[in-house]
Design a protein around this ligand. Structure first.
Ligand code: GLU
Length: 366
């Protein structure tokens, strides 16, 4: 479950909205009581910290946000600890950066820690580690962080508590004819287009980041719901039939490794390929050096890269077997020539099909 800053922090006082949060904690305890395992992604650190540091209203510079997060995260962790302690539930603070989900080893490590916490009965409360993240390596919003976490723990369901009650055909604040879409089976380009704009003043996520989150979650076989978080007991209300939008999970999710590759938020680079290679990938084959036309970005062996067609559109993603320099040198060459060029006997494939995900039109996440 993901809770945004706009819900958690009272906008007039800059303090935690305790009466409301108490009812959310009650709901989570009720889920736990019926043996559902809950992981919470909570924003609010920056909103709380900026008040304590008396920073002026309006947009913050990156280092001000990071300073505010360092201060506010203490308050945030404290409130959850206090509220859950009354029910004897232990909370665990986990702060993640984008690198933790984009590098496979760190991803697997974080996953192991979260599984252990859940197994021990603790309730993980997760936020972005804003203080050490730079602009280039930020999740930037907790919607996508929550989706990556849902994928990491193989969640069945991701619930985004929002300031709107779901996905509308148009912005309901501007267009009285806007209709709520209760169920989304596939994130078509038309659905993705409904996500434009509408970020609130406090949090950083709008509908577009929620749709990006839905792509990651549903591809991982996890259902996702968006519902209004502001009413008391928002989770119970959802179960009682409150307005919401459900994004249905993919019927045949890729295996965990491929899900991780497809859900990558920030591929390190890209390789452009020719028409023949694009056809080969679509029919389930590996990417050979011969089909590669050009190489972009800096990456090492094992990094995730985008695969672009002749028109520059991203058609696949994969974990590449060569660094950018090596890849540039063997691009367009036959596999038999690799050893002579790079000086070692590398893989015959630039990206092996086991490490490659061909994206359906609707699955690209960026
Ligand atoms: N990590 C930020 C915070 O705790 C919030 C990011 C977001 O609004 O999505 O304040």
């Amino acid at each position: 479950m993901k809770v945004g800053s706009a819900l958690l922090v009272d906008q007039s006082t800059g303090q935690v909205n305790r009466p409301w949060l108490g009812t959310l904690v009650d709901d989570l305890l009720w889920l736990r009581a019926r043996k559902q395992e809950v992981v919470l992604v909570s924003s609010g650190a920056i909103a709380l910290g900026r008040r304590e540091l008396r920073l002026a209203p309006g947009p913050l510079a990156l280092e001000q946000s990071q300073a505010a997060a360092a201060v506010g995260q203490i308050a945030l962790a404290h409130i959850y600890k206090e509220l859950f302690a009354t029910a004897g539930v232990t909370v665990a603070q986990v702060l993640l950066t984008l690198e933790d989900s984009e590098q496979r080893r760190r991803y697997l490590n974080a996953r192991a820690t979260l599984s252990q916490l859940i197994e021990l009965g603790a309730l993980p409360v997760i936020n972005e580690n804003d203080t050490v993240a730079t602009t280039e390596i930020r999740y930037g919003d907790n919607d996508r962080l929550a989706a990556r976490v849902a994928q990491m723990v193989s969640a069945d369901c991701l619930l985004l508590l929002s300031d709107v009650s779901g996905l509308y055909t148009a912005d309901p604040n501007l267009d009285p004819a806007a209709r709520l879409i209760p169920e989304i089976r596939e994130i078509t380009p038309g659905i993705a287009a409904m996500g434009g704009g509408s970020a609130s003043a406090v949090g950083s996520g709008g509908m577009a980041t929620k749709i990006a989150a839905a792509k990651i979650a549903t591809a991982a076989g996890c259902a996702m719901a968006i519902t209004a978080g502001a009413p008391l007991h928002p989770v119970r209300r959802l179960e009682e039939g409150a307005d919401c939008s459900w994004f249905l999970p993919a019927q045949n999710p890729e295996n965990a490794r491929k899900q991780w590759i497809a859900g990558s938020l920030r591929p390190s680079g890209a390789v452009a390929i020719d028409v023949g290679a694009a056809q080969a990938l679509r029919s389930g084959k590996s990417l050979l050096p011969a089909g590669v036309v050009s190489v972009r970005g800096r990456f090492g062996r094992g990094d995730t890269v985008s695969v672009l067609d002749a028109g520059g559109a991203e058609i696949a993603r994969g974990m590449i077997a060569y660094s950018d320099e090596e890849a540039a040198r063997i691009a367009g060459k036959r596999s038999a020539e690799i050893e002579a060029i790079v000086g070692f006997r590398g893989r015959a494939e630039m990206i092996h099909r086991d490490n490659l995900v061909v994206l359906r039109g609707d699955l690209a996440t960026t």
